[in-house]
Design a protein around this ligand. Sequence first.
Ligand code: NAP
Ligand code: HSE
Length: 430
Amino acid sequence: MSERVINVGMMGFGTVGRGVYRILKDNRTGIEQKVGARIDIKKILVRDLAKSRSIVPEEGILTTDISNIVDSAEIDLVVEVMGGINPALEYSLRALRHGKSLVTANKDMIALHGRELYEAAEASGCDVLFEASVAGGIPIIRPLKECLAANRVELVIGIINGTTNYMLTRMSKEGLDFHEVLKEAQELGYAEADPSADVEGFDAARKLAILSSIAFNSRIALNQVYVEGITGITAEDIAYADELNYVIKLLGIAKNSAEGIEVRVHPALLPKSHPLASVNDVYNAIFIRGDAVGDVMFYGRGAGELPTASAVAGDVMNAARNLLKNVPGMISCTCFEEKPVKPMSATSTKYFVRLNVADKPGVLAGIALIFGNNQVSLSSVLQRHTSGHSAEIVLVTHEVLEGNFQNAIKSIKELPTVQQITSVIRTEGD
Ligand code: NAP
Ligand code: HSE
């Protein structure tokens, strides 16, 4: 057994914190052999010492006094698993300024304040590691920063929100509607009482901002990510997609081209043959295309106590090794370029459109004319007779410029023969 010890101070002892505690305890021998030192959790910050807990650490470890962690000479590195922006950011910056490397699972803090944290870390020669902040247990940040570093990454497409992937999978397999599956996801503990961060796409947007900044070496701010959630997706959309040989997924898409970067989160039809199409339930996956490696895909659990803690504990070991070798600060910021981000109107995709129209001669021709006048070319058209005076039309376009497509849709909406545009969903991955 090694005589060297790395003392950890952890902020938070909820789902992820408990998992980190368990892994560092249960796998202690192997971890010590791999790092070359014992890793001890010395202090854990919580809000409420009296709270009943499924795991009770040894006497004196839990504290409500942050200075026992961030200001204490005894603590070598700090793990932030409390979540939110404040006070997590204030405490993390304080730890870094006191020379303690930081490991965090906090996507909100990294997506919004990554630069500030890196600057503080660089000023005091510390590491900032955040593997768990994107796709929980899936290794993706370090593979991008290290194993794939020699590539020019062209494309990142990810299913990076487990809750919505579970919901879309259930809608697709059981024909259930959005509200039924949301209730189910809440009962199972996947979706929060306020599910907006997941179903409106904000959680995926934070993860995509982090992923694309690392993939393209250029910082992407959260407000540069276009976001659309899954609240408008219906069981009928999924059934039509199935008929056309597609599935519907909430995707985080980031593309890097000479004209700039595009970053967007939205539901999309994905061909059933695409490797991401068979990623179901709460699983996450990230598909990456590099100019040298070609296509690679990472798959696994994007959340949960032990999967997320696995990524945090791996980062703790990495930071501990750097401390032992006296090289903290080795893992620095890789956003050394400033690439422009394309406005959404300049991006191109194919579209799936469902609309209800008056069932009479010339209606389809009128719609096709507007698309044509806006340089939107159609690849397929299905017409269904739905009731006495009304028909449903389902269109799929070729790849078109977003701005042109939106102009066409605006004009089509104004046609007196168009009763309702039911769905407008992008398609990806053909
Ligand atoms: P959680 O279960 O709500 O636990 C939060 C912990 O932090 C609790 O122990 C709480 O103390 C403590 N805490 C919160 N605010 C505090 C404050 N102001 N002062 C002192 N202690 C405070 O959260 P979690 O699910 O473990 O998530 C932690 C982080 O991991 C978040 O950033 C989250 O986004 C990220 N993450 C979570 C998952 C997941 O599957 N859960 C996956 C990926 C990333 P008490 O125990 O006293 O209440
Ligand atoms: N709410 C997230 C999801 C997990 O459903 O994937 C935490 O990032």
